[in-house]
Ligand binder design. Structure first.
Ligand code: PGA
Length: 253
């Protein structure tokens, strides 16, 4: 089955509203003819408004980088799914490894956030991936299975179809050390087999699995050539409009 490619930029804690506006001024003309793939940018919360305004009537969608699972309440510092939706977001990243590493996120929390995103009408981009120590100990597939089963595996078929999974090996994030296409494919194929085990082939074939970790204009095409790589979640290289546009247009001649 043909899955529509999805190229998502994760800006992390970069760019003010002003910087966001000038980014879109440069980025939108570079990608305006792109119609065969989805383009998403996830700015920090404080720049979402500027990004939504700047991308109005364009082919670029906006996403949050995190959400809390409650709709509203006394949760200082948190932002909910309905709030992101009402601010013009259509996507949200869930369970990024930096959230797991620095903010104590667990697979159980990731599941709650994923459900909350779906209930709010947002498409969650749910991140999984092993650390260097786990890979070196030969535990990659075991870790992915655990993250998948606890963090995603109890969603029902109509929910999982609306989820995007991002395989992001922690050792490849921000390090310049990209997984080879074959290494990423192996992990992503394993995720696809887990989807088949739980949901059957038809549903599994519909779910998009992105790769993330030091994606650049120079390596995107070889990653996208792999059968189970349906797109990319891009950190550092999404901060520059020209480099992210080159990634988005990876096989345009
Ligand atoms: P990177 O980050 O592209 O800077 O490695 C990827 C991510 O954290 O999503």
């Amino acid at each position: 089955m043909e899955r529509r490619a999805l190229l998502a930029g994760n800006w992390k804690m970069y760019k003010t509203p002003e910087e966001t506006r000038s980014y879109f001024d440069k980025f939108l003309p570079l990608v305006e003819e792109v119609a065969d793939r989805d383009i998403v940018i996830c700015p920090p919360f404080t720049s979402i408004f500027a990004a939504v305004e700047a991308s109005k009537d364009s082919n670029v969608r906006i996403g949050g980088q995190d959400l809390f699972w409650e709709k509203e309440g006394a949760f200082t510092g948190e932002v909910s799914g309905p709030m992101l939706k009402a601010s013009g977001c259509s996507f949200v990243i869930v369970g990024h490894s930096e959230r797991r590493q620095y903010f104590g996120e667990t697979n159980e929390g990731v599941l709650k956030k994923t459900r909350a995103a779906l209930e709010s009408g947002l498409t969650p981009i749910v991140c999984v991936g092993e650390t260097l120590a786990e890979r070196e100990a030969g535990r990659t597939l075991e870790v992915l299975r655990e993250q998948f089963i606890t963090g995603l595996g109890s969603l029902n078929p109509s929910e999982i179809e609306r989820v995007v999974i991002a395989y992001e090996p922690v050792w490849a994030i921000g390090t310049g050390r990209t997984a080879t296409p074959e290494t990423a494919q192996e992990a992503q194929h394993f995720l696809r087999t887990l989807l088949v085990e739980v949901y059957g082939v038809t549903v599994a074939e519909q779910v998009r699995i992105l790769y993330g970790g030091s994606v650049k204009p120079s390596n995107i095409a070889s990653l996208m050539a792999m059968p189970d790589i349906d797109g990319a979640l891009v950190g550092g290289a999404s901060l520059d409009p020209e480099s992210f546009a080159a990634i988005v247009k990876y096989d345009y001649s």
